[in-house]
Design a protein around this ligand. Structure first.
Ligand code: HEC
Length: 279
């Protein structure tokens, strides 16, 4: 079931510097391995913060000042589909846990599984998927990632969806009614082998409103509250500017897709139901 990919690539990502940051990446090649998250060395790693990968074949990565990259992960739950989100960091955790397993569970994920996503709004640091979150019910929970004496929290928000909503999102994505220049199937571009990622690997840290804005306008907000994944009023505390040149998607002709109201409500839930992807 885990459709996680084991990707290896060079990519740039995130603002982990002081404020963590937004996903980004480019120029990766992917290898998809549907077989699921391999058992991670992480459980017993006892890492010291050196950032060395536990599996031996990966080059060690520096541990950035803030080794957890996305302080919030948005998931869905509909009782039918799988919703999986990544915990991103640059180290192998000693342990992963979730405070309420009726909301979500966590499992470790191997070191070499770099997470590639799209060109990022904020900065360029390389993270990996160090854990996977599986939704179990709607609500909120906190994942705790431990490394030595350090402990990091990741907020989890699980939204309630229905299988019908997911199915409508899938239809708009793959085979929309009344297709037109502004109602193209998302799959036309995104399902190509090198199509940009919008799986939870790329968007789990963003709330629904930001992802809808990306789909309908091709824009990120000017500023983002990274702890919530929401747009915020620039200048407020904890509200990080997204560099102007990263606020608009680089899509010739624009990324301004049209939806019926019901489709618009369904498209983000559908994206959240996709398997994590690397490339
Ligand atoms: C004409 C091709 C094309 C179509 C059709 C298209 N996209 Fe995209 N999309 C792109 C490209 C290219 C990017 C990456 C642009 C960039 O990184 O600057 C992108 C980026 C995205 C992102 C941002 C991912 C991230 O990591 O930030 C989301 C979300 C997204 N698309 C959703 C959709 C949805 C939903 C649809 C259908 C309604 C859709 N796209 C249709 C080309 C397309």
């Amino acid at each position: 079931m885990s459709n996680i990919l084991t990707g290896r690539c060079m990519f740039s990502l995130f603002a982990s510097i002081a404020l963590s940051g937004l996903l980004t990446a480019s120029g990766c090649s992917s290898s998809s391995a549907g077989a699921g998250a391999g058992p991670d060395a992480g459980g017993s790693g006892g890492g010291s913060g050196s950032g060395s990968g536990g599996t031996g074949t990966c080059p060690p990565l520096p541990v950035p000042a803030m080794p957890i990259h996305a302080p919030i992960i948005h998931l869905g739950y509909d009782g039918t589909n799988q919703f999986i989100g990544p915990i991103l960091g640059n180290f192998t955790p000693d342990s992963l846990s979730v405070d309420n397993n009726s909301i979500a569970t966590a499992e470790p994920f191997g070191d070499c599984n770099l997470l590639p996503t799209n060109p990022s709004p904020v900065t360029d640091v390389v993270p990996k998927v160090i854990g996977l979150l599986h939704s179990k019910g709607a609500g909120k929970a906190i994942a705790t990632v431990k490394l030595g004496s350090q402990s990091f929290d990741v907020n989890i928000v699980v939204e309630k969806f229905t299988p019908e909503v997911i199915a409508l999102g899938k239809k708009r994505y793959t085979n929309p009614d009344q297709p037109s220049a502004t109602r193209k199937p998302c799959a036309d571009c995104h399902s190509k082998a090198d199509g940009p990622d919008h799986s939870p690997a790329a968007i789990a840290y963003l709330d629904d409103a930001i992802v809808r804005s990306i789909a309908t306008k091709g824009t990120f907000p000017d500023c983002i509250d990274e702890s919530l994944g929401t747009a915020c009023t620039c200048g407020q505390p904890l509200c990080t500017p997204i560099p102007a040149d990263r606020r608009v998607l680089n899509v010739p002709g624009g990324h301004t897709w049209e939806f019926t109201p019901a489709e618009l409500d369904a498209i983000v839930p559908y994206l959240r139901s996709l398997p994590l992807r690397t490339r």
